[in-house]
Design a protein around this ligand. Structure first.
Ligand code: GLU
Length: 459
């Protein structure tokens, strides 16, 4: 497990060890022993599966593509987590992301464990046919360890509905007669996917921020003003402001966050900057998000990069460099691209008072500490971006029952799950001295420890 995660898990276990009301049945030497078991269980994955997929490409070449499926922990249910296709995928990274899934599911009471997959390719460099073969091979190589009650993959960076449909199709062929609908989530609606899954992560990310800044603050204004917490001061200082928002990433998560902010009438906010792998677009009066989404859908996912393209899109904006989105003078920064985007070299230039992690692990440990010490609220990945896996769970349930919910029902169920989590982590966050990330980890670790103890695993 990466140092940051490991340190916070260790810190959480220490808090729970010192809390005499937590698992009071465990005392003295037994308690020490149980907590050291907990640390070793949570800090190491159950299985790291690695293969080199042998793929015959359309251009006649035959290549070996490194692929992983890491199963971190399944004490809460089958392993669950996306498969990412990206050229920088590394074993250690997949292990970290699988651990994060264990914590994320525990935090939101999703009855799944943590897993993650990765394939070391840049999907943009392969033809559709090649990608189809890679997806099929992935399932062939890992079919023994996957399944609706064992390990359930989903989309992640570089994969989507199409890949999940292909993979489920292959799984079904390999295991005829067995149940298959719940073997993959994030499938297309036509193929047994859930309405609302595509937007679930982005909507959940925006909702987390809106719930904190609007619903929670409005309800708890007086209580917050009596807290001796720099984070309480931060939210109160923003509550009646017209909020300027910047969003890094304009893919499946960032574009949905942007549209949710654009359409939100609970908060007075405007999206002044968005970015992708090529460009940052900035307009202090607010960007026309629906026009940008339309442009992106017709231009292979890329934002306008030139004056001409902006004109075609009908959007007024200044074109800035890709990194500039992070350091603009805004109130809120959504990070919806990749990991390690805010780090030692750029952290001092961050001006936002609230940062929301739509991507997994976009802020490094050093930056997290530095920014939190300044009273900046970082809404962590495991809290903010769980909408995807929550709706994956709803998809899995619907597949079992072959009864499907409407989009409104899906969204309502997703938000009600997230709301329960917010109401259990926000009050202690503003009362104790921990960051929101630490508070979330304490919650997850508490849940996992309790179940591990009850299942007799702590010896
Ligand atoms: N890849 C997403 C995540 O990191 C979704 C996982 C899922 O739906 O299982 O949370």
């Amino acid at each position: 497990m990466a140092n940051q995660m490991m340190d916070i898990v260790k810190g959480s276990l220490q808090v729970l060890l010192d809390d005499v009301d937590f698992l009071p049945e465990l005392a003295g030497e037994r308690r020490e022993k149980a907590f050291s078991s907990l640390l070793s269980i949570l800090s190491t994955p159950d299985h790291v599966n690695k293969s080199f997929l042998r793929v015959a490409l359309e251009n006649g070449q035959v290549t070996r593509v490194p692929a992983f499926r890491v199963q971190h922990n399944n004490v809460l249910g089958p392993y669950k987590g996306g498969i990412r296709f990206h050229e920088t995928v590394k074993e250690e990274e997949v292990v970290n992301l699988a651990s994060l899934m264990t914590l994320k599911n525990a935090l939101h009471e999703v009855p799944f464990g943590g897993g993650k997959g990765g394939v070391v390719i840049n999907p943009r460099e392969y033809s559709d046919k090649d990608l189809y073969v890679i997806c099929k091979k992935y399932v062939q190589y890992f079919s023994d360890i996957l399944g609706p009650d064992k390990d359930i993959p989903a989309p992640d960076v570089g994969t989507g509905e199409r890949e999940m449909d292909w993979m489920m199709g292959e799984y079904k062929s390999i295991r005829p007669g067995e149940s298959y609908r719940g073997s993959f989530t994030g499938k297309s609606v036509e193929n047994g996917g859930s309405l609302g899954r595509r937007e679930a992560t982005g909507k959940g990310v925006y909702y987390t921020f809106r719930y904190l800044l609007h619903d929670f603050v409005k309800r708890q204004e007086h209580w917050l003003s009596e807290r001796d917490s720099m984070f309480a001061k931060t939210v109160l200082s923003l509550k009646d402001k017209s909020l300027k928002i910047a969003i890094q990433g304009f893919g499946n998560v960032g574009s949905v966050v942007a549209l949710s902010a654009y359409q939100c009438n609970h908060l007075n906010n405007k999206v002044v900057a968005v970015s992708d792998r090529n460009v940052t677009l900035y307009n202090s009066d607010g960007l026309d998000i629906p026009a940008l989404i339309k442009f992106v859908s017709m231009n292979k996912g890329d934002l306008p990069m030139t004056g001409d393209q902006l004109e075609t899109a009908g959007v007024k904006a200044k074109i800035l460099g890709i990194g500039e989105v992070l350091t603009l003078d805004v109130d809120v920064l959504f990070l919806a691209a990749l990991e390690n985007q805010v780090y030692q070299e750029n952290m001092i230039d961050i001006k936002a008072k609230i940062m929301v992690e739509g991507a997994n692990a976009p802020v490094t440990t050093v930056a997290d500490g530095y920014l939190s010490d300044k009273g900046i609220i970082i809404i962590p990945d495991i809290l903010a971006n769980a909408g995807g896996v929550i709706v994956s769970y709803l998809e899995w349930l619907q597949g079992r029952e072959t009864q499907f919910y409407t989009e409104d029902e899906v969204f309502e169920k997703q938000l009600s799950k997230m709301k329960n989590t917010f109401d259990s982590v926000f009050p202690p966050f503003f009362s104790d001295s921990f960051t929101l990330r630490q508070q979330c980890y304490i919650h997850s670790v508490m849940k996992l420890s309790n179940i591990l103890y009850r299942q007799g695993k702590l010896y």
